[in-house]
Design a protein around this ligand. Structure first.
Ligand SMILES: [Zn+2]
Length: 510
């Protein structure tokens, strides 16, 4: 998908995108309507009971912690919390759902009418935005609602060769996931580009992880994003026919699938064809969407109030007690990092884009001192991030600890080692998990800043190279770099570069 093709299409067409984001509340101990544990993986059909298997006569009991988590999420994205709400039955047949209906919410969801402000790099393609910087803009994406429901089981399709009849495929069903508390957030169709969609999903993920209610793993399916997208000619007010895209299991897939779909629909309209309302599947390998089924309408589900549970009546005081539990959210944390540590917006954004990163930073500053906030940020944003990316590991899996970064920054600041030596120490620290001071000691890497010692080496180098000294004095001052190199070689790289430079210039009269 060439990016310039999308840009070209978006000059003539406006894309209208809304997202539906399902988040499994993986941090809870039990399922939505029974006491079975919530865990990823495990032997199939070992975390089940009559309730989540949909046995006749089994009665659901709502998970209070799941209701609280949903209200907490609603408050975090500026929603109104309904004081009166209810579960409904959503009827449809699929083998991964043994009751033949899903307990969900219909017209009385817990949360509605919220929004998230999303910062996006580049230029906006519509007017409805604030410029928040030279190279980015902020757009407000409405949150229509957040409701709570139960997840389905999982179908496992087994290849033909393993079937009883050669060439036939068989499908197995695992109900371990059935009944897992699932929070569904629906946005307003306020999103205009694939990048805005990606930024929204990333920001929402960070917020939900911060709330501590889900791990939001797109790979493991605990966060699943579906997109509704349509296009219309710029200036047209009527909405185009939309398609719904499923199976986007990474932020990149979300972006690429929406970009593909916008171009596909625009091409159809350009050719005088009509877009069909349907559900489409994103094929990561082929990098294209393909038709899955025609889209159901809400009335196909024959929603009706769940007769086994009474409606929820919340009080303002109860909602306030949930609001009191809201942790510091990512935007507030970024503002605090900028104000407290005097960081640039970019640095503060990177450091607060991941909770583990933010905690690491604060722990390192606590040991290094506030005066080294900027240098600690540099080591983390440059060296540490590069190391994590290259190794493909998370902060928690790395051998590098806050105390090590704090000590390393201190050694450079105090002139004990050079910046170049610090890079070498960092590489070894990553491998061994040893403290920088121990590495410096063991490798004899101490930087020599003692002027007397450096002067002795400089004198020897100048005496050994009279021709170069003469050239320098005749005006070829660029030779200073060559002299520095000679001195550093004699000192096996341990001379303090600033002191070496200064001594050389003094001696050469430069
Ligand atoms: Zn169960």
């Amino acid at each position: 998908m060439a990016k310039d093709r999308l840009t070209e299409v978006l000059e003539r067409y406006e894309a209208v995108i809304g997202l539906e984001i399902h988040t499994e509340l993986t941090s809870l101990n039990s399922k939505m309507f029974c006491g079975c544990p919530v865990e990823f993986g495990g032997e199939p059909n070992t975390r089940v009971c009559p309730v989540c298997l949909g046995m006749p006569g089994a009665l659901p009991v709502p998970n209070e912690a799941a209701v609280e988590a949903t209200v907490l999420a609603g408050l975090a994205v500026n929603c109104d919390i309904a004081l009166w709400s209810q579960f409904h039955r959503k009827q449809y047949f699929y083998p991964d759902m043994p009751k033949d209906y899903q307990i969900s919410q219909y017209d009385l969801p817990f949360c509605s009418g919220g929004y998230l402000d999303v910062e996006v790099e580049g230029d906006a393609v519509c007017e409805r935005v604030d410029r928040s910087g030279d190279d980015e803009y902020t757009t407000r994406i409405g949150v229509t609602r957040i409701h709570l429901e139960e997840d389905t089981g999982k179908m496992v399709h087994v290849g033909g060769s393993e079937g009883r009849i050669a060439g036939a495929e068989k499908s197995l069903v695992d109900f371990n996931r059935a009944g897992t508390p699932l929070m569904e957030l629906v946005t307003e169709p306020d999103i205009r580009t694939p990048e805005e969609a990606r930024r929204f999903a990333q920001k929402l993920r960070l917020i939900i992880v911060t709330l501590g209610v889900s791990d939001c793993s797109m790979e493991e399916g605990s966060m699943r994003v579906d997109g509704n997208v349509s296009v219309r000619l710029r200036g047209q007010t009527e909405l185009g026919t939309k398609s719904e895209i499923k199976n986007m299991n990474s932020f990149k897939a979300l972006h690429d699938a929406l970009a593909f779909e916008i171009v596909r629909q625009a091409d159809m309209l350009d050719a005088g064809e009509q877009v069909v309302q349907e559900t489409r599947h994103w094929d990561v390998g082929a990098k294209r969407t393909s038709s899955l089924r025609s889209k159901e309408e809400a009335h196909d589900y024959r929603y009706f109030p769940e007769p086994d549970m009474v409606p929820f009546a919340f009080t303002e005081q109860w909602v306030q007690s949930i609001a009191d539990r809201l942790p510091e959210l990512p935007d507030a944390m970024r503002e605090r990092f900028m104000a407290t540590w005097d960081l640039q917006k970019y640095d503060a954004t990177v450091l607060t884009s991941d909770l583990a990163m933010a905690e690491f930073y604060e722990a390192a500053i606590a040991q290094a001192g506030a005066g080294r906030a900027k240098t600690v940020a540099n080591v983390m944003i440059n060296d540490l991030s590069a190391h994590l990316n290259a190794a493909g590991i998370t902060m928690d899996e790395s051998a590098v600890k806050p105390a090590m970064v704090a000590e390393l920054v201190g050694l450079v600041d105090d002139g004990a080692i050079s910046g170049k030596q610090a890079k070498a120490v960092f590489s070894e620290m990553v491998e061994t998990g040893e403290m920088p001071s121990a590495i410096v000691e063991a490798r004899g890497m101490k930087q020599v800043s003692d002027t007397g010692a450096i002067e002795a080496v400089v004198d020897a180098v100048l005496a050994a190279n009279p021709d170069e000294v003469a050239s320098y004095k005749e005006g070829k001052t660029s030779l200073v770099g060559w002299f520095v190199g000679q001195v550093m070689r004699e000192m096996r790289g341990q001379g303090n570069p600033q002191v070496v430079n200064q001594v050389l210039k003094d001696k050469l009269g430069g």
